[in-house]
Design a protein around this ligand. Structure first.
Ligand SMILES: *Cc1c(COP(=O)(O)O)cnc(C)c1O
Length: 464
């Protein structure tokens, strides 16, 4: 037999499905009334009334059979459980950091870190602070300063590493503010609030050099470290032949610690950690963990949660998984782009962001175009997405409203949950909304709380 090896163009899901969760189909009439009852706010829908849920990729992923088997064999001892030691060994093996402090999720690690190191007058540089990170910095009266490269702020511009830190801006900040008022330099990989865009190894190295030169600790917000490693492998030439785990280890080798939400690249439904090299700082943080999270060998997690994370961190670094994961977002991005829909380019790791301002120029920003599109995709196809626009960011501290710089609809992918046919269907739904875009209407807010209004506001369509 003389057969040529298959050069398959199809990147298949790198798993087979052994346990299934039915999703519920509804009619458009049912969805109309469900959405009305929910005050036209997708956050207030019941998950059971959603067919495909892309609200977030946080904690929504599927566990593997290997994770489940570890969870069945967990050790639920209060102190010194063997599940903790497996969790600690996995984190140390991948990050190389000496001290591993478990927390119930990412923001708890941020709370402990910033309560310990930040004070009034301090400045924390970051490419872009995630909203919980910013909140913890500000809660401790320090200033959260974002300094992503200018390319990272232009949605249509294509650049391989739009999450990079602006190195000149960082150096200038260190010069002006002085190292004594910068308790830590942070870098978020991938840059979630900037569209899930990656940071290059070269940039990580440069940030590290500046931090070391000035004796400032360098801490990575590592939530999507595995996706970032994959982007480095595929976009930074010298890393082509390296495995994602080798790349991840190199990333962490340049830093002094990290905060992590295991609900992202920990492939778990809950969990997180703070990892540090410094003995004194780790000791201070551990004292705080006891106060807010629990004993330092479980820190707010059950033994079985720690087992899931211990395995999940390695599964997130699996090449077949990462190829499928990043391809899923790119595949949806390509389908939408070729139908004429503007999205944030290039597609990031965990989500696709649609530019609703471009799609719906007839809806003024303060009638919330991205909110309107979000509701349209639910009505048309039972798809739940999230508005990142003027409902989320428009309310000013003095109670007035100002439009957000961008009106985006984010479609975030839960890990290992949806298949290619789900994505094909999604594209059909969004394209159907695009084709009928002239019929989409704006919204007005009927009732809203004073802070974080998008979670619970009630709205109504604007009738001309
Ligand atoms: C999700 C996230 C966090 C916070 O983690 P939680 O587990 O949701 O508390 C922090 N930083 C980034 C970049 C994130 O994506």
């Amino acid at each position: 037999m003389n057969l040529k090896p298959l050069q398959s163009q199809t990147i298949i899901e790198p798993f087979r499905i052994r346990s299934v969760e039915p999703i519920r189909f509804t009619t458009m009439d049912e969805r109309k009334s469900l959405l009305e009852k929910a005050g036209y706010n997708p956050f207030l829908l019941k998950a059971n009334d959603v067919l495909i849920d892309l609200l977030t990729d946080s904690g929504t992923g599927a566990l593997s059979s290997d994770q489940w088997s570890g969870m069945m064999a967990s050790d639920e001892s209060y102190a010194g459980s063997s599940s903790f030691y497996r969790f600690e060994a996995a984190v140390q093996d991948i990050t190389g950091f000496k001290h591993v402090i478990p927390t119930h999720q990412g923001r708890a690690a941020e709370n402990i870190l910033f309560t310990t190191i930040a004070k009034e007058g301090d400045v924390i540089p970051n490419n872009t602070h995630f909203d919980t990170t910013r909140a913890h910095v500000e809660h401790n009266k320090a200033e959260a300063r974002d300094m992503v490269i200018p390319e990272g702020k232009q949605p249509q511009l294509i650049h391989p590493f739009k999450g990079n830190m602006d190195i000149d801006a960082l150096e200038e900040t260190v010069e002006k503010v002085g190292h004594e008022r910068i308790p830590v330099i942070m870098l978020t990989i991938t840059n979630n609030s900037g569209g899930g865009q990656p940071v290059s190894m070269e940039n990580i190295r440069s940030v590290s050099q500046i931090a070391r030169k000035h004796n400032i600790p360098f801490i990575i917000d590592a939530c999507r470290f595995a996706e970032n490693s994959w982007f480095i492998k595929t976009r930074e030439e010298e890393y082509e032949d390296k495995s994602p785990i080798e790349i991840a280890r190199e990333i962490f080798s340049y830093a002094d610690g990290c905060t992590m939400s295991a609900k992202k690249d920990g492939m778990s439904n809950i969990g997180g950690f703070l990892a540090l090299n410094d003995d004194v700082l780790a000791q201070e943080c551990r004292s705080l963990v006891i106060l807010t999270e629990g004993f330092p060998t479980y820190g707010g997690m059950a033994g079985y949660d720690m087992e899931a994370v211990a395995k999940g961190l390695y599964e997130a670094l699996d090449e077949g998984y990462l190829r499928y994961r990043i391809r899923s977002s790119a595949y949806l991005g390509e389908k939408l782009t070729s139908a004429g829909i503007s999205i944030v380019q290039p597609t990031g790791g965990h989500a696709v962001y649609i530019d609703a301002k471009k799609m719906l120029p007839h809806i003024p920003p303060l009638e919330y175009p991205a909110w309107s599109l979000t509701n349209a995709v639910y009505l048309l196809g039972g798809v739940r997405a999230v508005e990142i626009g003027s409902v989320m960011f428009g309310l000013q501290p003095d109670g007035t409203e100002k439009d957000a710089s961008m009106e985006l609809v984010r479609l975030a992918f839960p890990r290992r949950v949806y298949t290619q046919s789900h994505v094909d269907y999604l594209a059909e739904v969004i394209i159907a909304a695009f084709e009928q875009r002239k019929n989409l209407k704006g919204y007005k807010i009927v009732k809203a709380p004073k802070v974080l209004r998008h979670f619970s506001a009630r709205l109504t369509p604007v009738e001309p």
